[in-house]
Design a protein around this ligand. Structure first.
Ligand code: PLP
Length: 463
């Protein structure tokens, strides 16, 4: 591709994206495609001869876009948000253009130092206690795995007797991290939760005592601030005190909820965070930063480095003693320049602008919770500390029949999603089939939440 062609097509693509965003609301949130549809439409072999870029773009329009889910749609209430804000996308584009692989300070000094700066900004903006140092990781799953590996390594030979603890409601990446870190299921403990789906410290204390009496070594305890099913918030301080007492590594998973601590009113949910050894939160969910960008904070950088550092001759540089080499802070060697988009986001919105965005979403979630509570036949199934509302429809004829209620609500959800105007997902809380409505897409306004609620109520009366 010539530089002139790049310039032309680059402008076309920026225009395309701008038009796409402008018209996104008129699209169906999720496509009505069948499995295999795109694969059947594409050749099975790569082309031998070069193709014109126009032909590729045409296929994007004709084949790819119709098979995309539109996470940027204001009717996106599924999972959690993944906010690809315009400044973030521009930062992403610029990082791609710079094309740097930022594994070491020397392979891009500014990328390393910008990451140090934005992680310090973020630490302060999110009220993460002093003494924590941040780095950018690809995902919360990787960060949690690194926490497990660090906790394991710290135990030395005792690692063979290491036990691990997390609540029944913890994210699946926690159990996966334990498995990948080589902690067998018989040394993993699932802690019971209370009525608000938060970890019960009394049960954790009992498990710890039992394990110590059996000669096992409590190695890591994970608490969540904002679980994935219901955004339950474990008692960070109480769990932290137990972790201290047991000399276990304390990891706090706030992948979704942690960025809301940009608001002072949310910070009580993280009270006790100074007791943590590691903390993860995802700017790539709510904080306007396009996937991927995870912020991983640790208290003891040396412990992290001793797990992740490698130093083969071909990577050594004269600056190693005096600089940060982020290749030693996680699993992959190579690193994208993710700090750039986060810097774009923090500067473009400012902390005040971001606070306004979060406050808007939190208020909408409270409003929706009020509608659920105030409407006969609907039942809310969890508290709403953040941007997620969990509920179900309970027609009088089905009350008490869990299986029938699950079928009824699954059907209702399918009808609502088939409208193309919204996309919601589900979970189970205890035995109950639960509809989740997550409010955090940055284009979502009150009218979108209202019309989703209307769709839900209409669908509840249909069969
Ligand atoms: C989303 C989420 C994760 C996983 O995040 P990835 O960055 O996709 O790995 C982990 N924990 C919680 C609580 C989450 O909400």
């Amino acid at each position: 591709m010539t530089p002139e062609a790049f310039r032309r097509h680059g402008h076309e693509i920026v225009d395309w994206i701008a038009d796409y965003w402008q018209g996104i609301e008129s699209r169906d949130v999720v496509p009505g495609v069948e499995p295999g549809e795109l694969r059947r439409a594409l050749p099975t072999r790569a082309p031998e001869a070069a193709e014109p870029f126009e032909a590729i773009l045409e296929d994007v329009e004709r084949l790819i876009v119709p098979g995309m889910a539109h996470w940027g749609h204001p009717g996106w209430f599924a999972y959690f948000p993944s906010n690809a804000s315009p400044p973030s996308v521009l930062g992403e584009m610029l990082a791609a253009g710079l094309g740097a692989q930022c594994m070491s300070w020397v392979t891009s000094p500014a990328a390393t130092e910008l990451e140090q700066v934005v992680m310090a900004w973020l630490r302060e903006a999110l009220a993460i206690p002093e003494g924590f140092t941040g780095s950018i990781q690809d995902t919360a799953s990787s960060a949690t795995l690194v926490a497990f590996l660090t906790a394991r390594d710290r135990l030395g030979p005792d690692a063979a007797r290491m036990t691990a603890y997390w609540s029944r409601e913890a994210h699946s990446s926690v159990a996966k991290a334990a498995r990948l870190a080589g902690i067998p299921p018989e040394r993993c403990r699932v802690v019971e939760v209370d009525q608000a789906w938060a970890l019960r410290p009394d049960h954790l204390a009992a498990l710890l005592a039992q394990d110590r009496a059996a000669g096992l070594v409590p190695g890591i305890i994970v608490a969540s601030m904002g679980t994935t099913s219901s955004t339950a918030c474990d008692p960070i301080r109480a769990v932290g005190e137990l972790a201290r007492g047991a000399r276990a590594w304390y990891h706090v998973d706030a992948a979704y909820g942690g960025t809301a601590a940009i608001l002072p009113e949310i910070r009580p949910l993280l009270d006790g965070l100074e007791l943590a050894d590691s903390y993860v939160t995802n700017p790539h969910k709510w904080l306007m930063t396009s996937f991927d960008c995870t912020a991983y904070f640790v208290r003891d950088v040396e412990a992290l480095l001793s797990t992740c550092r490698t130093s083969p001759e071909y990577l050594r540089t004269a600056h190693d003693p005096e600089v940060v080499n982020y290749r030693d802070w996680g699993i992959p060697l190579g690193r994208r320049f993710r700090a750039l988009k986060l810097w774009f986001v923090l500067r473009s919105y400012g902390l005040a602008g971001l606070r306004e965005l979060f406050r808007g979403h939190l208020a909408l979630a409270q409003e929706l919770a009020g509608w659920v509570d105030g409407t006969q036949g609907w039942e809310r199934l969890a508290p709403v500390p953040l941007g997620l509302v969990c509920f179900r429809h309970v027609p009088p004829t089905l009350a008490g029949d869990e299986q029938a209620l699950a079928r009824h609500n699954a059907g209702l959800l399918a009808r609502v999603n088939a409208s193309g105007r919204v996309f919601l997902t589900h979970t189970t809380l205890g035995e109950r089939y639960t509809i989740r409505m997550s409010i955090g897409q940055f284009r979502t306004e009150r009218r979108h939440v209202e019309s989703a609620w209307e769709l839900l109520r209409e669908a509840a009366t249909e069969r």
